[in-house]
Design a protein around this ligand. Structure first.
Ligand SMILES: Cc1cc2nc3c(=O)[nH]c(=O)nc-3n(C[C@H](O)[C@H](O)[C@H](O)COP(=O)(O)OP(=O)(O)OC[C@H]3O[C@@H](n4cnc5c(N)ncnc54)[C@H](O)[C@@H]3O)c2cc1C
Length: 379
């Protein structure tokens, strides 16, 4: 049984901006048993993914209880008691799959309340239509910020980026190969070795990012993912716009004025609007009162395996060079990642797939066959 707070399947994807396409190729972004549709592009759009998730839920007749927001997961008689505002469920095993992008991070700065323009988090951004002709500052140079800057430019706005920290930029593809394919091929290498191997290719494909006012992290993308749990900017066209001057780059925001922003290098600029592409947090601490299983910021310590609390699993919290969707969809018996191996669950780590699930594969594969004939999903 799946408890879902929204009134639809795939609600996280539905709320993202219109332009969004997966940055990971469809061959490495599907859920178990059913590939993304054959006719869809290599990088599927938000709407195509939402349709796929809808069809997936219908095809497998998943028992999804909509509008059931979980408010607490506590130890109960059967093992765990899961409460929503309208129901309580007793169960032996709980898988928390509430996503890394659950709660928008909305920083605040001195003067922000006096700013006369609009300030919105990227979770509320749909498209750049209403920003045409405006000077818009996008705060944050992650993958949302990078794509929203492109979208604003395409809608006739004048975007600028506020980039507070040093970054890594990687191409979406190398010689026609999706970047994820390279990450997967190198997954057993120590990240420093992978970074050393990739450095010449990155220099050739992305070029010197310091020439456009960005600061380069002292370590490479693979180390960044492992150490900072942060995906580098996958360049889908932002760097070209920066180089052409269509997107300008500034430092971190120091404070707001009534009509703009003062940056941390003392520079000032006027803006009509500011979009905060400042990320999200999972914050499972808001409904799981067991602090042994997550860090101080409410991010699970383990994912894809049993947590330190028996019967409680987290799924989908991997920040991985081999793809987050791909990692969440990995099958029973898939080898644990290095972070899983060293995670709090240690050697007794168990995959979140329940025991006996392998035996159910045969019937699911049969379901897949008829499902793929429905035309909405499948090969
Ligand atoms: C802008 C953006 C682009 C991304 N692009 C990619 C990409 O190209 N490739 C990739 O692999 N990954 C990508 N990711 C990461 C991506 O979010 C995950 O791979 C994927 O969505 C994770 O699925 P999930 O089911 O774990 O979480 P989600 O898709 O976030 O689903 C979590 C669900 O839990 C529900 N929920 C939350 N709290 C509660 C509660 N208390 N009670 C009940 N239900 C609750 C939510 O409503 C939601 O439906 C991207 C993320 C973002 C933010």
């Amino acid at each position: 049984m799946i408890l879902e707070q929204a009134d639809t399947v795939g609600s996280t994807w539905r709320r993202h901006y219109d332009r969004l396409h997966l940055h990971t190729d469809k061959g490495h972004s599907a859920l178990p048993f059913v590939p993304l549709p054959k006719g869809s592009p290599r990088y599927v759009s938000r709407d195509e993914l939402v349709n796929y998730l809808d069809a997936y839920a219908r095809g497998f007749a998943l028992d999804i209880r909509l509008e059931q927001r979980v408010t607490s997961i506590e130890r109960g008689e059967a093992g765990w008691r899961v409460r929503t505002p309208v129901d309580a469920f007793e169960t032996t095993h709980v898988v928390v799959a509430t996503g890394n992008a659950r709660i928008p991070v909305v920083p605040t700065w001195p003067g922000v309340d006096d700013f006369r323009g609009r300030v919105e988090h990227c979770s509320d951004y749909r498209n750049g239509r209403e920003y045409a002709g405006q000077r818009v500052l996008v705060v944050g140079f992650g993958n949302s910020g990078g794509e929203i800057a492109i979208d604003l430019h395409e809608h006739g706005a004048h975007p600028a980026l506020s980039v507070r920290s040093a970054v890594n930029v990687i191409p979406k593809e190398v010689l026609g190969l999706p970047i994820l394919t390279i990450g997967i091929a190198q997954r057993r290498l120590p990240s420093a070795v992978a970074d050393a191997m990739n450095a010449p290719v990155l220099r050739m494909t992305v070029g010197d990012i310091t020439k456009v006012g960005l600061r380069k992290l002292p370590y490479g993308p693979a180390t960044q993912i492992e150490k900072d749990k942060h995906i580098p900017l996958i360049d889908i066209g932002t760097m070209k716009l920066i180089r052409s001057g269509d997107v300008t780059v500034h430092g971190g925001v120091e404070r707001f004025t009534t009509d703009g922003v003062v940056f941390d290098d003392g520079a000032t600029a006027q803006f009509d609007a500011v979009i905060l592409a400042t990320g999200y947090r999972p914050r499972v601490d808001e409904f799981v009162p067991d602090p042994a299983t997550y860090d101080a910021a409410g991010t699970p310590l383990t994912t894809g395996v049993e947590s330190a609390a028996p019967g409680l699993y987290y799924c989908g919290f991997h920040v991985s060079p081999t793809g987050m969707l791909r990692r969440s969809a990995s099958r029973p018996g898939a080898s644990p990642t290095p972070s899983q191996r060293s995670g709090a669950a240690g050697s007794r780590a168990r995959q979140y797939w329940p025991s006996g699930s392998s035996a159910r594969f045969a019937s699911l594969t049969a379901t897949r066959r008829s499902f793929s004939e429905c035309g909405e999903c499948g090969e």
